[in-house]
Design a protein around this ligand. Structure first.
Ligand code: FAD
Ligand code: NAP
Length: 473
């Protein structure tokens, strides 16, 4: 795998990529000579995809005093299947939902032989190769969990980390949080008293333990649908409980990965795009009622999409049985909103993840239940000029490619080559009041963004680097 990455990916996958890499390297070199704040110290928390791209951007901006604490023993974060420290939510059969074309870093293309939707193993190999290409391991302290971060009076960050060697306390000028937001499971309270087994999708690793069992998967997101598809292959019966209607979209449409096909519609005004999407889906799959599913109560793009090419077929094959919301459980029987009752051995809660930063104590605790987060470009809080959150957004698309741009902004600000806007409160207010789509008003969509709109905003922020420099500031 890695040799393939070297042969194709690292040298640039075609002319376009090669040009991008060269241009990027040159601008980085130019900036490096003029960095005026390179002695700033930076703590990065987490060496998942967003931590890695943060390290790369910090180093490319000429910054040197960088420490990345990583609780696990290797890079890759969520993509390390069955990691010993229990962070990862990946399961055996996971493939990306964002396609290869839109999930590769600008300066590090995926190998030509990767499929449209790579497996978790390929994605991990890609991140390992990225870390090695940009020599990032030098910054990372593995098996080092950040326990606490305190803001000192002068505004610097005192970081306490624990590793097998013991506890370490160090103070940094800047803090970059890349600890991920798909690891802390939400397990709803089930009314009544269920006597079977209950697990969360976070702890689901493969379908085998559910052979011949009666399974109820709860949720309508990507985890729920992926897991129901897998358990349906060997369970006695798999039901899926969805409390509302969802846009369940095939991963390939008109012969193309759906995100690539969607990119061709960007020239259309948004309302028209929604109509075309709605019509395309109707033509491709028909009415939701035909699948015994509820109709979504919003238009396409207004909720996080569920990308799955199999579940709708399996429903029509009688392998997966849709159910409505759960009302109550008694013994091993579960009663649904339509009054029906059915017996199950296991409930798998694919009910999502909380956003939290245990090491920050009470700071930002309310974000766990917030419906919108007060951050500019989903990364800069108004109250701490030396704090950045990278990857704390959920795109209709890929996270880490956009995190690369966020990280570039953070690195250039820290290096003194890009100004942090001084009207942040206004910018944050505007961002909170004007989401890219009319996303459902719900914590599930607190950090939802449109991939293309968000990319344009991040690139526009980066444009002012040139302006800033060309004015000789
Ligand atoms: C099943 C599944 C499939 C997904 N598929 C896609 C996809 O196709 N495309 C996509 O864009 N996104 C996908 N995601 C979203 C996923 O969150 C991102 O792919 C990506 O992993 C986010 O990167 P990250 O670096 O922000 O966080 P993570 O990958 O979660 O990495 C965070 C890192 O921080 C470390 N860490 C956390 N707390 C501490 C601490 N206190 N001290 C030290 N280290 C710490 C962790 O050990 C981890 O290594 C998927 C998520 C799931 C659950
Ligand atoms: N193959 C892949 O690449 C893949 C696989 C899995 C996940 N992911 C990504 O990982 C992230 C997390 O996905 P996820 O599916 O785990 O979580 P999610 O997108 O947050 O979905 C959670 C689901 O659980 C439902 N739910 C929450 N609380 C509930 C309750 N009390 N009762 C009933 N239902 C409840 C939600 O319904 P409501 O809408 O009503 O709140 C929603 O359908 C997403 O970004 C996703 O795209 C990707």
């Amino acid at each position: 795998m890695l040799s393939t990455l070297k042969e194709t990916g690292c040298r640039g996958d075609g002319l376009f990529s090669a040009v991008r890499v060269t241009l990027y390297d040159r601008t980085v070199r130019d900036r490096r000579t003029s960095a005026d704040n390179v002695s700033s110290s930076i703590c990065v928390i987490g060496a998942g995809p967003c931590g890695l791209t943060s390290l790369k951007n910090l180093a490319q901006a000429g910054l040197q005093d960088i420490v990345c604490y990583e609780a696990g023993s290797q890079v890759g974060g969520n993509w390390v299947f069955r990691d010993a420290h229990g962070h990862s939510s990946i399961y055996e059969t996971a493939h990306t939902i964002s396609s290869k074309m839109l999930s590769q870093f600008d300066d590090f293309p995926m190998p030509a032989d990767f499929p449209d939707f790579p497996s978790h193993k390929q994605i991990l190999a890609y991140f390992q190769a990225y870390a090695s290409r940009f020599n990032l391991a030098q910054f990372i302290r593995f098996r080092s969990r950040v326990l606490q971060v305190k803001r000192e009076n002068g505004g610097r960050w005192q970081v306490t980390a624990e590793s097998p060697e013991g506890e370490e306390i160090r103070t940094f000028d800047n803090l970059i949080v890349c600890s991920g937001h798909h690891w802390d499971p939400v397990v709803p309270e089930l009314s009544g008293d269920f006597s079977g087994t209950q697990i969360h999708a976070h702890d689901y690793k493969c379908a085998e333990p559910f052979r011949d069992s009666r399974i109820l998967v709860v949720g309508g997101g990507n985890s729920a649908c992926d897991i129901a598809v897998e358990t349906s292959r060997l369970s006695r019966k798999t039901c899926i409980s969805m409390r509302r209607g969802y846009y369940i979209i095939p991963k390939i449409i008109f012969g193309k990965p759906v995100d690539v096909a969607y990119s061709r519609l960007l020239f259309l005004p948004k309302p028209l795009r929604q109509r075309v999407l709605g019509l395309g889906l109707r033509l491709a799959i028909g009415r939701w009622e035909k699948y015994k599913l509820k109709k979504p109560d919003c238009r396409p793009m207004e909720m996080h999409p569920t990308l799955n090419s199999e579940i709708l077929n399996l429903i029509r094959h009688g392998k997966i049985h849709p159910r409505g919301a759960i009302v109550v459980a008694k013994g091993n029987a579960v009663t649904f909103e339509d009054g029906s009752t059915e017996k199950f051995d296991t409930i798998i809660w694919a009910t999502g993840y909380r956003t939290g930063f245990p090491f920050l104590g009470d700071m930002y605790r309310e974000w766990t239940t917030a419906k919108r987060l007060p951050l500019y470009l989903k990364m800069m809080p108004v109250d701490s000029p030396n704090l950045y959150f990278i990857g704390l957004f959920q795109p209709i698309g890929c996270i880490w490619t956009l995190a690369d741009y966020q990280a570039r902004i953070a690195a250039l600000q820290i290096a003194g080559q890009l100004k942090r806007p001084n009207n942040l409160p206004d910018l944050v207010k505007r961002e909170m009041n004007s989401p890219h789509w009319r996303f459902q008003d719900h914590p599930r969509h607190a950090v939802e963004v449109d991939y293309h709109d968000f990319k344009a905003e991040l690139l526009s922020e980066l444009k002012s680097v040139t302006t800033h420099r060309s004015r000789g500031i």
